[in-house]
Design a protein around this ligand. Structure first.
Ligand code: SF4
Ligand code: SF4
Length: 82
C-alpha cells in the first residue's frame, strides 16, 4: 500500500498537472483541501487514489514497485517546495 504522510503538498499543487485542472481553486491549491487533509476524502477522485488508480488504470502498463517509485519521487519534489 502506498504510504502517504499527509503533508498535503500534492493537493497544494494541482496546477502542475492538467489532469487535476478541475480541482484548482485558482491559485494551484485544490478547492477541497482543508488544512493538510482532503475535505472529500471518502469521495475524492480516482486520480487522487494512488493504489486504486494503479489497479484500474496502470496495472497493465507498469510494475507496481516502479509505479510507487515514480509517485514517491513526485512526493519528494513537491516536499522540496515546502
Ligand atoms: S505529496 Fe505525497 S506524501 Fe504528501 S500528501 Fe501528497 S501523496 Fe501524501
Ligand atoms: S480532492 Fe482531496 S486528495 Fe484530491 S487533490 Fe483535492 S484535497 Fe487532495
Amino acid at each position: 500500500m502506498f504510504v502517504c504522510d499527509k503533508c498535503g503538498q500534492c493537493c497544494r499543487h494541482v496546477n502542475l498537472s492538467s489532469i487535476y485542472h478541475d480541482l484548482d481553486r485558482g491559485d494551484g491549491v485544490c478547492k477541497y483541501l482543508s488544512g493538510n487533509l482532503c475535505g472529500i476524502y471518502e469521495n475524492r477522485p480516482l486520480l487522487c487514489r494512488i493504489d486504486e488508480s494503479y489497479e484500474i488504470l496502470f496495472k497493465e502498463t507498469i510494475d507496481k514497485d516502479e509505479y510507487y517509485r515514480l509517485n514517491y519521487a513526485v512526493c519528494s519534489k513537491l516536499k522540496a517546495k515546502e
